[in-house]
Write a protein that binds this ligand. Sequence first.
Ligand SMILES: [Zn+2]
Ligand SMILES: [Zn+2]
Length: 48
Amino acid sequence: MGCEFCGKNVDKVYICSSCGLVFCKDCGYPEKKLCRECEAELSEEREI
Ligand SMILES: [Zn+2]
Ligand SMILES: [Zn+2]
């Protein structure tokens, strides 16, 4: 199973709880279960 953002085949991948895409630790935030795209969106919303 590979990361859907960088395309790398990594040992450990995570599933974004917002969009459902698979990401590696370099492409998102495993502790938040969010990919970088969704994390960026959510943090923007919080600032408004
Ligand atoms: Zn990745
Ligand atoms: Zn996402």
